[in-house]
Design a protein around this ligand. Structure first.
Ligand SMILES: C[S@@+](CC[C@H](N)C(=O)[O-])C[C@H]1O[C@@H](n2cnc3c(N)ncnc32)[C@H](O)[C@@H]1O
Length: 217
């Protein structure tokens, strides 16, 4: 049961979802079966709306997993556009490559293999949209690089920022490791909200999503 949204509302919203294409359905079902965390439906729809409005040329994704969100986002870039996505798990990389091929998106999607903390500083492109969806304790570490790589008028979108509501709860009733992750996420949310160059909205949907618009460099 979600600690953020009411289950009956989520069930209702899921019941009125339009049908998804069969490849995305298969990737999603397989991911759920194998406990691979992928974006929830609400986040999928939010990404689609934001990208339809933004019309990005360059997208950066941190955390590919099986390339479910990557393939969804790739529908919103034009002929000259590209998605760079970063993944460190060999198992995920193999699955992502297979799915990108099945989706016929090999020319649009570049998968960078390795840890984002090492890869991000080496990137020289600038991006219209950055989708942060990797290890939650590392968002704060990746944040300065994301700001460097994001164009003016660009959008930084981060998933799973409320951690099933735990980020907003008492920090003393949970194990130390989780507490550290939650503290770092709190600090990340504080930074997003207080950076004068950003306009941020924290949405309590799915597992919590932030939208941050970069007003100036
Ligand atoms: C939540 S999943 C990504 C789901 C994917 N965006 C989707 O919705 O289809 C997070 C992924 O990030 C990867 N990851 C976590 N920390 C990372 C890091 N520091 N560098 C690269 N990949 C990382 C994990 O291996 C995992 O596959």
């Amino acid at each position: 049961m979600s600690e953020i949204t009411y289950e009956y509302i989520r069930e209702y919203l899921m019941a009125i979802e339009p049908d998804e294409n069969s490849l995305l359905n298969n990737i999603r079902e397989d991911a759920i079966k194998k406990n691979v965390p992928i974006i929830k439906s609400e986040v999928k729809n939010l990404l689609r709306c934001m990208l339809a409005v933004k019309k990005p040329k360059m997208i950066l994704e941190i955390g590919t997993a099986v390339a479910y969100s990557t393939i969804i986002m790739s529908d919103f870039i034009d002929e000259s556009g590209k998605i760079i996505t970063i993944e460190r798990s060999n198992e995920m990389i193999e699955k992502a490559k297979k799915n990108i091929k099945l989706a016929n998106k090999e020319d649009k999607i570049t998968l960078l293999e390795g840890d984002a903390s090492k890869i991000l500083p080496s990137l020289t492109e600038s991006f219209d949209v950055i989708f942060m969806d990797a290890a939650k304790g590392q968002y704060l570490t990746f944040y300065p690089e994301c700001l460097r790589l994001l164009k003016k008028d660009g959008l930084l979108i981060s998933d799973n920022v409320l951690q099933n509501g735990m980020v907003a709860k008492s920090r003393f009733s949970i194990p130390r490791r989780q507490r550290t992750i939650h503290n770092r996420m709190r600090q990340y949310l504080w930074e997003l909200n207080h950076n004068p160059n950003l306009q941020t909205s924290i949405l309590p949907i799915a597992d919590g999503v932030t939208l941050s618009y970069k007003k100036c460099d």
